[in-house]
Design a protein around this ligand. Structure first.
Ligand code: FE2
Length: 283
């Protein structure tokens, strides 16, 4: 099959126009709804008036969403992290993640049967702000950003708007997947908002041709865990929204399901219980 041949040769495959724009519209509305709730919840002062969600138009008003996100980010950066976690499990995003054409293509490229179970890990939507270097992903291989001894395929796709060279679309080192695991540096999270990184050494990157991969809304890229890749630099004035995630082959010998961990952002279930019991006692 052509698709598999191309995937094996290049280390990636871009499935063109497989996601309906209506799903991106749904995600846009989910983002808009969540961000306006945040503005109201925290009484964030804005120097502009935002449109009611009932009057918002997609794609015309994407900049309206950007503007609100910039305001929330300026108010408290942690809230963007909370939004990122919210979108990850909201119904609109789960629809995108599990869209049948992505599922089918992932199975094909993993050479799995149509009934083989594939398991999602860390499907998220990145929001990359203009000129950001602190959270920009440097050259890396996905293999160390997941669990040991897993067989998986990585997905990447523009969300809400196209990904362009200007807004920092994904970049890859040509045919770098053919070399397997390469020498890299583990960098723990450092102060000042810098993200944790596992970076491929420069002398290895230098040996490859770097390719930038702009994509149209609806396209989905699937790639090999060894393909060296990074976020481009967002030199535009807009946010780059992109979907990232992994589909794991559950039939792989070494596959062990990670334990999901959901930690309350406020207080623990035990504290919540204690609080309620205290109220009862006082009655
Ligand atoms: Fe990555």
């Amino acid at each position: 099959m052509d698709k598999i041949k191309k995937f094996n040769e290049d280390g990636f495959y871009i499935a063109k126009s497989i996601i309906p724009i209506s799903l991106h519209q749904e995600l846009f509305l989910a983002f808009y709804d969540l961000v306006t709730s945040m503005v109201n919840r925290y009484k964030i002062k804005l120097d502009f008036k935002f449109k009611d969600i009932e009057d918002i138009n997609y794609p015309h008003d994407i900049n309206e969403l950007d503007r609100l996100l910039f305001a929330v980010s300026d108010f408290k950066r942690d809230l963007i992290g909370e939004l990122y976690d919210t979108i990850a499990y909201c119904s609109a995003f789960l629809k995108l993640v599990s869209y049948p054409e992505i599922e089918k293509t992932a199975r094909q490229l993993l050479s799995l049967k149509s009934y083989s179970t594939i398991y999602s890990t860390t499907h998220r939507i990145r929001m990359d702000e203009p000129n950001d270097v602190k959270r920009r992903a440097g050259w890396h291989q996905e293999i160390f950003h997941t669990y040991p001894d897993t067989r998986f395929i990585q997905t990447w796709a523009p969300v809400i708007r196209d990904s362009t060279v200007e807004n920092g679309t994904i970049e890859v080192c040509q045919k770098s997947h053919l070399n397997g695991v390469v020498d890299q540096i583990w960098e723990d999270e450092k102060g000042g908002g810098y993200a944790h990184r596992i970076l491929v050494k420069d002398e290895i990157v230098k040996n490859h041709k770097e390719i930038k991969l702009p994509m149209k809304l609806g396209d989905v890229m699937l790639f090999n865990p060894h393909l060296i890749h990074r976020s481009g630099y967002n030199s535009s004035k807009e946010i780059r929204y992109s979907q990232v995630g992994m589909w794991n082959d559950c039939s792989h010998q070494g596959f062990r399901t990670p334990k999901p961990e959901f930690i309350s952002r406020t207080f623990s279930p035990k504290k919540n219980y204690d609080k309620h019991m205290e109220i009862l006692k006082k009655q």
